[in-house]
Design a protein around this ligand. Sequence first.
Ligand SMILES: *Cc1c(COP(=O)(O)O)cnc(C)c1O
Length: 310
Amino acid sequence: MPLNLSVLTLIMPLSYTNTPIVEISTPETIRSGIRLLIKREDQNHPFLSGNKWWKLKYNLEAAQQHGHNTILTFGGAYSNHIYATAAAAYELGFQSIGVIRGEETLPLNHTLAFAKSKGMQLHYVSREAYRHKNDVAFIQQVKDRFGDFYLIPEGGTNQLAIRGVQEFAHMLKAEIAFDYICLPVGTGGTIAGIISGLDEHHDIIGISVLKNGAFLSDEVSQLLKNFSGRVYGNWTIETSYHHGGYAKTNPQLFAFMDELTARHKLPLDPVYTAKLMWGVQDMIARGKFRRGSTVLVLHTGGLQGLQGFR
Ligand SMILES: *Cc1c(COP(=O)(O)O)cnc(C)c1O
């Protein structure tokens, strides 16, 4: 039986206690008269890093309250969400099943080897089948095979995930004043939580890590509508910083990433946060941010992914 969730914060002692905010000053920030701050939320937990902790929090609680023994979720072979869910399930005494897109490749990469070491059962499905992962028929097939489970969608995005991120946003705005917040967008759950938790005067800018990310704005609007019934006018998603698409990289991106890490002691991952910082420096260069304003960049974690790329 899963442990009582009241011990969650004991098992995961680093969770949500004031991660650092660091300032980065460069000739460009000085020239454009902005203050650039990084919220190092990647440091909130060693395994459930960054946004994944917030997205999982109320899902884990719900799984427990409804008496589930097993958590099932979805992801690609480099998924930070698979990694985080496997760790959380293990710590809390749940069985876990990861439905993984594509064929098994051996040896397992860092992410999947870790998930497996935490007891996650890996169930590979073809890319074609994976596309139907939200269909009732597909879910029923998985139920027939594995029995009952608490389902967490791909990337962890659902209404409970938004609630968790909203809670983080409430703490963030109490902690520090800022004008803009920039963060990476994959499924849109995190930015939806941030939008719902901040105020009208905050300008929220998402950086799509997917190619053809224009659809994400509709996706996020819909998530927000379901969550709070509201329409918000203080956010946008930039779609031109994806570097070829999800988990696509190139030498320039790596060089940029390595330079930031070396110069500012800022560790980044190539899938999310390097593209985020690329977008931020480009927007600074283009004069997107008002002179005198404070730009807060949300480091959403995911550094484990780096090990699969080198
Ligand atoms: C999963 C992830 C994201 C994307 O979050 P969404 O809620 O899916 O938009 C961003 N950054 C990191 C580091 C992630 O692991």
